[in-house]
Ligand binder design. Structure first.
Ligand code: TYD
Length: 200
C-alpha cells in the first residue's frame, strides 16, 4: 500500500508533537516505515526560517505568511516527497493547514489567498488526511510553558485560529477528521490511531 502524508493540526497545547511520535511508533510496529516532521523547520533552511518566525521582532503578516510558505516548499521538496516516493509515511506536526488557519484566519489574510500562495511550493503534495485535535484555546494556552512570538498573540487570536480550523474541517470533510483533545493523551493517541487504521 502506498505511503500517506498525515497532518496533525490544532491550536497550541493540544499535544500534537507527542501524538505524532506515537502514531509513527504505531505505524512502524505494524510494519510501515514512518518519519515525523515538524513545521516550521525540518531542513537546515527551514530551521533558520523557524528562528526568524518564532523568535524575531514584529513581522508584517505577509512576511510571516511567505516565510511559512518558504520553509514548507523546502521541507516538501527535500523530505516529504522523497519519503513518500520511497514508501515511507510522513507524519507532520503542522502543515499548510496551519498557514490557512493562522495566517489566513488568525492574521486575516484570507484562507483562499494563503492557499494559493502555498500551492506553488507544494508541487501538488497536500496531506492525504488532516487530524484536527480540538481544544478550547484558553486551555491550550494555559498548558504552554513558554510562548513563542505567535503563541504569545493571546486568546482572541487563538480563537480566530480555532474557528478557521473548524470551518476548514467542515468545508473539507473528505480530508479532515476531528479528535477531542481535552482528555488524557493516551486516549487522544488511541483515537488518532483508530482513524488512520479505519482509513487505510
Ligand atoms: P511550535 O512550537 O512548533 O508549535 P506548537 O505551538 O504546535 O508547539 O510553533 C509553531 C508556531 O507557529 C505556532 O504558534 C503555530 C505557528 N504557525 C503558523 O502561524 N503558521 C504555520 O503555517 C505554521 C506551520 C505554524
Amino acid at each position: 500500500m502506498r505511503a500517506r502524508y498525515v497532518a496533525l493540526e490544532g491550536v497550541e497545547g493540544t499535544g500534537k508533537s507527542t501524538v505524532a511520535l506515537r502514531l509513527a511508533d504505531h505505524l512502524r510496529s505494524t510494519g510501515r516505515d514512518a518519519i515525523v516532521v515538524r513545521e516550521p523547520g525540518g531542513t537546515p533552511a527551514g530551521e533558520g526560517i523557524r528562528e526568524l518566525l518564532l523568535h524575531g521582532d514584529h513581522m508584517e503578516p505577509w512576511t510571516e505568511a511567505l516565510l511559512f510558505a518558504a520553509q514548507r516548499a523546502q521541507l516538501v521538496a527535500d523530505v516529504v516527497r522523497p519519503a513518500l516516493a520511497a514508501g515511507i509515511w510522513v507524519i507532520s506536526d503542522r502543515t499548510v493547514y496551519s498557514s490557512l488557519a493562522y495566517q489566513g484566519g488568525g492574521r486575516g489574510l484570507g484562507v483562499e489567498t494563503v492557499r494559493t500562495v502555498n500551492a506553488a511550493g507544494l508541487l501538488g503534495t497536500w496531506p492525504d488526511l488532516v487530524v484536527l485535535l480540538e481544544l478550547d484555546p484558553a486551555i491550550g494556552l494555559s498548558r504552554q510553558s513558554t510562548a513563542d512570538r505567535i503563541g504569545a498573540e493571546g486568546v482572541h487570536f487563538q480563537q480566530r485560529v480555532a474557528e478557521t480550523f473548524a470551518e476548514l474541517a467542515q468545508a473539507e470533510p473528505d480530508v479532515f477528521r476531528t479528535v477531542a483533545a481535552d482528555r488524557p493523551l493516551s486516549a487522544v493517541v488511541a483515537a488518532v490511531v483508530d482513524i488512520v487504521e479505519q482509513r487505510w
